[in-house]
Design a protein around this ligand. Structure first.
Ligand SMILES: [Fe+2]
Length: 251
């Protein structure tokens, strides 16, 4: 059992990726090996595992009852995702991948992630008229927060050898779009052990990945920062309010 305390609450995580939040077990949506097969570099890989093997569990609206109205009024959702430290063949465990719909003219909804535990990598990709024009790789460790800017699809990768626990704060106004990732067998690059990136042939000749250490500034933790100053997160529903000053480079 993994126990981690934050200002916003106490997380207990079992070996089965179950989450107990401040003493209350939460109900997850699980993604299994079978669900991810279509987006893996080798869709037939099992490494002897059953197709029902759970790769990650998502806990939607992992919030305290007393903050429910605050999140609802601001049309924001706080979720927690827990990813197993599984490697499939050479490929690191990852989320299915999705993009967001448009929130303002030409700008899709942004999102903020914070790594609560473990080592992550975020794979961001931008397409124009179906063609990949940019692929960004952002490594992040416990405490680091990263913004998914408008118009980038994204995949989260567990690049560590322990469970990865991610928090995300995002608009409650939309449902994610999985289509591109399912029809193109995943993102434009697959991330393998040893930080190796392998291009996905479905994208033709994609531009080379750009490695970035761009961060979103967090004072305490994402949840606590939000409840302390909800108005500063208005850009999650109105991306025209997202300023460049929000980011800094951690290199
Ligand atoms: Fe997202």
């Amino acid at each position: 059992m993994l126990k981690i305390a934050f200002t916003f609450g106490k997380l207990e995580v079992t070996d089965n990726l179950d989450l107990i939040f401040n003493g209350t077990p939460l109900h997850p949506q699980s993604r299994k090996l079978n669900d991810l097969a279509k987006v893996l570099m080798d869709p037939t890989i099992t490494d002897g595992r059953s197709g029902d093997t759970i790769l990650y569990k998502m806990y939607r609206e992992a919030i305290l009852d007393k903050h429910y109205d605050l999140f609802t009024k601001n049309i924001l959702r706080f979720d927690i995702t827990i990813m197993a430290p599984i490697v499939l063949g050479e490929e690191l465990n990852k989320t299915l991948g999705h993009s967001h719909p448009e929130a303002a003219a030409g700008l899709s909804y942004p999102e903020i992630y914070q790594v609560l535990y473990g080592n992550a990598c975020f794979l961001l990709q931008k397409l124009e008229k179906g063609k990949l024009i940019e692929f960004k790789v952002i490594e992040a460790d416990a405490g680091d927060a990263v913004v998914i800017p408008p118009n980038y699809g994204h995949v989260s990768v567990n690049r560590g050898d322990m469970p990865l626990i991610l928090a995300n704060l995002v608009s409650g106004n939309f449902t994610p779009i999985y289509g591109d990732y399912l029809s193109k067998c995943g993102a434009a690059y697959y991330m393998l052990k040893g930080n190796r990136m392998v291009p996905n042939p479905s994208y033709g000749s994609p531009p080379l990945p750009i490695f970035s250490k761009e961060r979103y500034h967090i004072t305490n933790d994402l949840y606590t920062d939000f409840i302390s100053d909800p108005r500063s997160y208005a850009f999650l529903n109105d991306p025209t309010k997202l300023g460049k000053a929000t980011f800094f480079d951690n290199r």
